[in-house]
Write a protein that binds this ligand. Sequence first.
Ligand SMILES: Cc1cc2nc3c(=O)[nH]c(=O)nc-3n(C[C@H](O)[C@H](O)[C@H](O)COP(=O)(O)OP(=O)(O)OC[C@H]3O[C@@H](n4cnc5c(N)ncnc54)[C@H](O)[C@@H]3O)c2cc1C
Length: 325
Amino acid sequence: MHLFILDAIKLMPWLVSIISLMKPGYKNVKNNKKLIVPFAEWIKDRNLYVVDRFLNATCSVAYGGAVYSAFEDISMIYPLKIGILDLKTRPTTYFHGNLSQINEGYQEVWNVISKKHNIIFKSNITNISRDQNKIVIKHSGDETSEYDYLIIACNLTGMLEILDTTEEEEEIFSKVKHVGSWKAVFIAKDLPTDAGYVFLDQLESPDVKPALSGFIPEGQVGDGKYLYTTVLGLTTEDGFEEVIKNSNELLEEHFNASEIEWVDNTYWPEYHSHFESKEIKNGIFDKFELMQGKNNTFYVGEILSGISNGLSMDYSFDLVDRFFV
Ligand SMILES: Cc1cc2nc3c(=O)[nH]c(=O)nc-3n(C[C@H](O)[C@H](O)[C@H](O)COP(=O)(O)OP(=O)(O)OC[C@H]3O[C@@H](n4cnc5c(N)ncnc54)[C@H](O)[C@@H]3O)c2cc1C
């Protein structure tokens, strides 16, 4: 216990720099130089006695959980930002200050917004050009619409193909990195149902066979069976079958799980969007912020805000306050 207290004392001075991350986005984060290193390196450099393993696991899980080295260059600022979301009192604009289950994801938000605004659903944007302060959007075949302002709220790698990017935009957009991720759902008998479980071994060693990185019990589906969601310890599109085989072995060996049935899965190649630590140190967020408003264009979304719906919305509210009120 006393070693835990010594670790807490070592971490205490960092609280001040961590608190500065509570503001929306990463404006001025480059001043926080000692936090802009990969999180495993940051934790190692603290020379902690007992909480280092716990901190590593928490950062990995906060960031989605994956396999050894998948998060080799994920700066400490990223998992901290996600962790901070849980400490923050949300503005009342954010679902009355509560973190609520949103069954349809952003669709529910758009359903509400579309009652007052002109929203075009189910339309794929294929080209965006900005001429003389006029934004021309081509979508759904050859249809075009014109606007005064453009707010880009999606993956920037895709934007490189459809937007008439400036040199500045191209430089920043091309530096966005991703770590692919698999989300899967399975049903099983005889697995724990009391809590979410995380397997640390594969996060810590390259010698451990990749398998599911943990599981969350979602609800009983009858006959002693439970439905579980999980993130697989796999970052590429290939290798799914092997990871499922390893996962079954792990669940059977450690929990005596039976009747495991994998019911659904999806691969997200563009998960965990981030900038490399060296880019953050070089002030990429400041350069990005300086672009806000140029060519009547604004940028929101997880690359600027941090991952999660809550952080993305906080950043969007802040952008409205800064430029549109
Ligand atoms: C598997 C998974 C699980 C997650 N779990 C959680 C969670 O539990 N809680 C949480 O808070 N966050 C979670 N996240 C993270 C969260 O979903 C993202 O951080 C958040 O959605 C990012 O918001 P965004 O506005 O940047 O982009 P997005 O939500 O990705 O929105 C971009 C939108 O732009 C659209 N788009 C892109 N290109 C075009 C085009 N050419 N034409 C028309 N439309 C286009 C896309 O279809 C998409 O709807 C999860 C993410 C994933 C992938």
